[in-house]
Design a binder for this molecule. Structure first.
Ligand code: NDP
Length: 244
């Protein structure tokens, strides 16, 4: 894969809102053919109608390995290749460890960590054939853990670890691995928090700063994917200027 996205085949997971949606649009604008996967089909349909280029909507639940395999197969069936996987689907159900609902832990691990691993597993043969790229949407929480974000941070540390192992396994075959670590982005992510104190903290944080917009993260993804072939942008840490 060279430094242009023109005609490239891309799959973005979790593209029905936020960073995934903005990334799908940015890559479509750059000339890529983009398959967009998520569970909310109505959102994906609206996205394909807004897209500047060819876009394919796919029913996708990343917690289900068969659904992930089907989405990769449908992308390759439509575009005859897969050049880029953007592993973005994720949930953040923060809260303290004491008294936590462990079903929320399971959901985070299955979505953020296992889901992104399933996607790499299914996509890798195609990415090796195209000398393509994997973009992992991690987080600042993949670098630093903090109170009440233990499990979310564990999933993102896991994403970073898996990405580094993947990088070492495929770099000789020309596949590039990119980890993006955003700070606070204004999206629907915090709307799924069930702990009232966590919801209030997220609101206070959002009100206290000029947050990143999903489009800012999408621009970072586009930057990494449009470098010359000999340049691997392996990691981008991107925070709101106002975030300490
Ligand atoms: P959103 O809630 O707006 O988007 C999350 C996306 O993930 C949705 O499209 C959702 O689609 C999808 N998703 C969730 N569960 C599944 C599933 N089981 N299968 C398929 N898709 C799923 O939040 P963001 O855009 O903020 O989040 C995107 C990524 O960015 C996440 O990995 C998040 O951890 C990361 N991130 C976000 C930050 C922020 O401050 N917002 C900061 C750092 C990282 P649907 O529900 O339709 O399936």
């Amino acid at each position: 894969m060279g430094n242009t996205l023109e005609g490239k085949a891309v799959l973005v997971t979790g593209a029905s809102s936020g960073i995934g949606r903005a990334t799908a649009l940015a890559l479509s604008e750059a000339g890529a053919r983009v398959a967009v996967g998520a569970r909310r089909a109505d959102r994906l349909k609206a996205l394909t109608e807004d897209a500047p280029g060819e876009m394919l909507a796919l029913d996708l639940d990343v917690t289900d390995p068969e659904s992930v395999r089907d989405a990769v197969a449908a992308t390759v069936a439509r575009f005859a290749a897969l050049d880029v996987l953007v592993n973005n689907a994720g949930v953040m159900l923060s809260g303290p460890i004491l008294g936590a609902d462990t079903a929320e832990w399971t959901r985070m691990v299955e979505t953020n960590l296992l889901g992104s691993m399933y996607a790499v597993h299914a996509a890798l043969p195609h990415l090796l054939a195209s000398r393509g790229a994997v973009v992992q949407i991690s987080s600042t929480s993949g670098r630093t853990a903090s109170a009440a974000s233990g499990v979310y941070a564990a999933t993102k540390f896991g994403v970073n670890a898996f990405a580094e192992a993947l990088r070492q396994e495929v770099t000789a075959q020309g596949v590039r691995v990119v980890v993006i670590e955003p700070g606070f982005v204004a999206t629907e992510l915090a709307s799924h928090l069930t702990d009232p104190a966590m919801r209030a903290a997220a609101r206070t944080m959002a009100d206290s700063m000029r947050t990143l917009r999903a489009e800012d993260v999408a621009a970072a993804v586009r930057y990494a994917l449009t470098q010359p072939e000999h340049v691997a942008v392996n990691e981008i840490l991107i925070r709101p200027t106002d975030q300490t």
